[in-house]
Design a protein around this ligand. Structure first.
Ligand code: ADP
Length: 256
C-alpha cells in the first residue's frame, strides 16, 4: 500500500491553475522528490496533502485512508521555517515545540542526537548557523518519531556545507526506515538523495518513477527533464541579463 497517493488533485488560485490533475503514489520507505522549477506547484501540493490548503478538486489518501487529524499528527513536517525563539537554547525551543505539538519532552535528546546538535543543545538559537537552524527545524519535525516526513525545499538558502549536512541527514533518516517526501527545484539534489521522483512543471506532472528510470535512462522522461532544465537555464539567463541592465543603470553617472 502506498504511504501517500493523490487522485487528480487540482488547485486554482483565482485564475492561476497551480495544480492540474496531479497523481503521485509514494511507496513505503521511499525518498520521494517532487522536482520542478519555482512556481511549478510543489508547495501547493505539499500544503494540500498536509491539509493546510484545500484542493479545488481531486483527493488523496494517507496509507489508503482519507486523511484525518490523528493520522496527520503522525507525519513530521517542515513546510516553512518554524518560529524558534532566538535567545532561548535549542533544547528549550524544542521543549516548547514539543509541548505545543503534544509530544513528550523525553524525546528531545533523541532528536537532537539524530540531527547532530546534542553537543550544542545549550546554545542560543541565534548563535546557530543557517545549516544548524535547519537541522533544528528537522529535529522539531522528528518529535514523536513519525514514520513519514514531508519537507519543502529542505536545503534552500544554505551554504554548500549546510546543504551537504542536510542531504546526509536525509540519507540517514531514509536508512533508518523513514519515508520522506520532499520538494526541490534542484535536479542534482533529487539525483543525490531521492529514490523516486515526480517532475512537475506549471502544475502538470511530466514524469514519475524511480530516479533511475526517470533521470538516468534515455527515453521520453529524460527528454522532458532536459526540456525543463533548458527552461530553467533560460530563466537564469534572463535574470543575469536583467541584473546586468540594473548594474549599467547604477553605474551611469547621476543626472544632475
Ligand atoms: P513552487 O512551490 O513549485 O514554487 P507554488 O505551489 O508555490 O510553487 O506556486 C504554484 C503557482 O501558484 C505559482 O504560479 C504561484 O504564483 C501560485 N500561487 C501560490 N500560492 C498562491 C496564492 N496564495 N495566491 C495566488 N497564487 C498563488
Amino acid at each position: 500500500m502506498h504511504v501517500l497517493s493523490t487522485n487528480n488533485l487540482s488547485k486554482n488560485y483565482g485564475t492561476v491553475q497551480a495544480l492540474n490533475q496531479v497523481n503521485i503514489a509514494v511507496p513505503p520507505g521511499a525518498v520521494y522528490g517532487i522536482l520542478g522549477p519555482n512556481g511549478s506547484g510543489k508547495t501547493t501540493l505539499l500544503g494540500i496533502v498536509m491539509n493546510v490548503l484545500e484542493a479545488s478538486s481531486g483527493s488523496y489518501l494517507w496509507n489508503g485512508q482519507s486523511g484525518n487529524e490523528d493520522q496527520r499528527k503522525r507525519i513530521g513536517t517542515l513546510l516553512e521555517t518554524p518560529n524558534f525563539y532566538p535567545y532561548l537554547s535549542a533544547e528549550r525551543n524544542l521543549e516548547i515545540a514539543a509541548s505545543i505539538k503534544g509530544h513528550s519532552t523525553a524525546d528531545i535528546s533523541r532528536v537532537l542526537r539524530i540531527v547532530n546538535l546534542f553537543e550544542r543543545r545549550q546554545s542560543a538559537f541565534s548563535t546557530y548557523s543557517l545549516g544548524m537552524k535547519q537541522r533544528l527545524a528537522i529535529a522539531s519535525a522528528l518529535l514523536g518519531d513519525p514514520q513519514v516526513l514531508v519537507l519543502d525545499e529542505p536545503t534552500n538558502g544554505l551554504d554548500p556545507a549546510g546543504i551537504a549536512e542536510i542531504r546526509q541527514l536525509i540519507r540517514q533518516l531514509h536508512a533508518s526506515g523513514k519515508t520522506i517526501i520532499m520538494a526541490s527545484h534542484i535536479l542534482d539534489e533529487v539525483e543525490k538523495v531521492c529514490t523516486h521522483v515526480t517532475i512537475i512543471q506549471k502544475g502538470n506532472v511530466k514524469a514519475s518513477g524511480t530516479v533511475n528510470d526517470v533521470l538516468h535512462n534515455d527515453g521520453p522522461a529524460q527528454e522532458r527533464v532536459i526540456e525543463i532544465v533548458a527552461e530553467d537555464l533560460q530563466l537564469l539567463r534572463d535574470a543575469i541579463t536583467g541584473l546586468q541592465q540594473v548594474k549599467e543603470v547604477i553605474s551611469r553617472p547621476a543626472m544632475l
